[in-house]
Design a protein around this ligand. Sequence first.
Ligand code: ATP
Ligand code: MG
Length: 260
Amino acid sequence: MRSIALTNQKGGVAKTTTTVNLGACLAQMGKKVLLVDLDPQGNLSSWLGLDIHNLERSMYNVFLEEVYFEEILTKTCVENMTLAPSNVALAGVERILAHEKGRDLILRKRMSAVVNNYDYIMLDCPPSLGLITINALTFVKEVFIPLETKVLALNGLVTLMNTVQVVKERLNHSLEVTGIVACRFDGRTNLSNEVFNQIKERFKDKVFDTIIKENTRLAECPISGKPITLYAPDSSGAVDYTNLAKEVIEREDRMKETRK
Ligand SMILES: Nc1ncnc2c1ncn2[C@@H]1O[C@H](COP(=O)(O)OP(=O)(O)OP(=O)(O)O)[C@@H](O)[C@H]1O
Ligand SMILES: [Mg+2]
């Protein structure tokens, strides 16, 4: 099992787009995938067709220990891919738990029973480094950082790396940033190339070779209720995310080889 938080405190960098589409590609390759929506915006849940204004149970109830994690899971249109949904109620969790002892460990505690049921557990984090993101970082072993290659991103990335380091030291020794995904890449601009080269120079092998290009099909995709591989299978977005999933698996095979 691999547990991965998709995190970047900057908004709109393709965290949700990457969670849905990478998750779906892995599931379509036969892996058992669980997606966890940790954003009160509920973008991941509505992308996968849920009416987020009328959720009976969601991650909110899990955080407040009102239900078991398994009880909120729903199937998705992709075989092998399950979703733990969220909606705006989740925004209340930060305030309600603000002074609770052990508040950083809730997710780890609540999800421990299901970790062995999946090959990949992917958590779509909100655009902040608050309590919910810290809970995600305390639970997972890995962090993937999607970043938009249309703006210079190095400063925000350093802040994020520092947060990961602090959580690693204090709460979760096994935490590592294992993947940086260059998203919304526009090859016609010098800026995209420059950002990619800068990131590559600074973070080397952590950066995936696969680049997710700017693609209008990906921008339209959320209202279809499906991942890009079902909505527009021939689009560059579908090809890019399929290649990313292959690279994720290849790197894993390589890691296993070196450990032998
Ligand atoms: N490769 C792409 N090509 C075109 N549009 C994209 C691409 N990736 C993401 N987008 C669009 O960019 C916007 C932000 O993407 P997304 O919602 O995935 O980011 P996010 O990091 O999850 O945002 P938030 O921080 O608000 O949760 C969305 O409108 C999405 O459709
Ligand atoms: Mg999002």
